[in-house]
Ligand binder design. Structure first.
Ligand SMILES: [Zn+2]
Length: 352
């Protein structure tokens, strides 16, 4: 098969579009012929590498993908849909859930598989979706309607489950609440805007790019704050919410935590699933106790939450925003666009 892989860590120049053996489905797995993959910032971080990251080289990036089931491992191939053992058949269209729980640890057994003790993320610790084929356990696959767009599905999978778990399950966002989203362009943030609107909350977005803010408005943001014009945007949020502050902040930057904590009303919750601004920063602890604030972290979602949110995607209730699509062999150019934050929404790769 064709794949985009790297043999050593480094910049975009380490990515090679080349031949690689097609994976064989192991017991319980399905082989998927991928039509679309979607990029995440994690892909570039894995390509760059970090101390302690140990990969089996060559490595293939990519957590998100959608395609068609072309083979099922022995026992699965003999079962029929509806007999209770296997809901997938050859020819089915599927989208991948990259959150790989072991299925047997104390967390997986109570369906908290995103807290798995032997957790893996497709494309991070195991080879991913920048390839023509990938083989995965059938529990990782969500069956799509035949007419649903592969790129929309691939663009949705990681970011919507991440935003859903964070906003809905961890953050318990309610319809009469106000939520602030720090950053206008990224995949999780655009998913968060849409999910918050779907819940019925008031959505405030802080961004630095006028065009991206306009686009955030086009997908439902109610109040836009341009941080290139507002040195202290927490004050602007306070004024824009009738001096009340927001109930919830989605802050996946990290280095903006102090402004986010200031923007919260008493009892507010700060949700975080990432740290695009860097992993280490200071906060003033007095805000935490004096304002009764909570910081809630999470990553990915559970298998059942993934199904919940993908159900809303295929029903058209939530619509992933696609920034641009590149051919698979141009993955390096696509990663550069993402890393420079030039995108609004998801960048996808066209594979077949
Ligand atoms: Zn587990």
């Amino acid at each position: 098969m064709k794949a985009v892989l790297f043999r050593k860590h480094g910049g975009p120049e380490v990515l090679e579009y080349t031949d690689f053996p097609t994976p064989e489905p192991k017991p319980g797995e399905a082989l998927i012929r991928l039509h679309a993959a979607a990029l995440n910032r994690m892909d570039v971080m894995v390509r760059n590498g970090w101390p302690g990251l140990k990969l089996e080289m060559p490595h293939i990036n990519g957590a998100d993908g959608a395609g068609e089931v072309v083979a099922l491992s022995g026992a699965l191939a003999e079962t029929k849909r509806g007999d209770g053992t296997n809901e997938l058949q050859i020819g089915d269209h599927v989208v991948i859930n990259a959150n790989l729980g072991c299925g047997t640890c104390e967390f997986c057994l109570v369906e908290k598989d995103n807290m798995c003790l032997q957790w893996h993320l497709l494309g991070e610790t195991v080879r991913g979706t920048y390839a023509e084929y990938v083989s995965l356990p059938v529990k990782q696959l969500y069956r799509l309607p035949k007419d649903f767009d592969f790129h929309q599905a691939a663009a949705a999978a990681l970011v919507y489950q991440t935003a859903w778990h964070s906003l809905v399950k961890r953050g318990n966002l309610q319809k009469d609440e106000a939520v602030l989203i720090v950053g206008a362009g990224g995949g999780v943030n655009t998913a968060s805007v849409q999910i918050a609107k779907w819940i019925g909350a008031q959505v405030v977005v802080v961004g630095s790019d006028a065009k991206k803010l306009e686009m955030a408005e086009s997908i439902g943001a109610d109040i836009l704050i341009d941080r290139s014009k507002e040195a202290d945007w927490s004050k602007a949020v306070f004024l824009a919410t009738n001096k009340r502050g927001v109930d919830v902040v989605v802050d996946n930057v990290g280095t903006t935590f102090m402004q986010s904590l200031r923007a919260l009303r008493k009892g507010g919750r700060l949700l975080t699933v990432g740290n695009s601004g860097g992993p280490k920063f200071e906060i003033d602890n007095r805000y935490m106790f004096a304002k009764h604030l909570s910081i809630l972290g999470s990553t990915m979602s559970t298998l059942s939450e993934f199904k919940e949110v993908m159900g809303l995607i295929v029903a058209g209730q939530l619509k992933p925003v696609i920034d641009q699509t590149y051919p698979l062999k141009e993955a390096a150019i696509a990663q550069e666009r993402l890393w420079r934050n030039e995108n609004f929404g998801k960048i996808t790769l066209d594979i077949h």
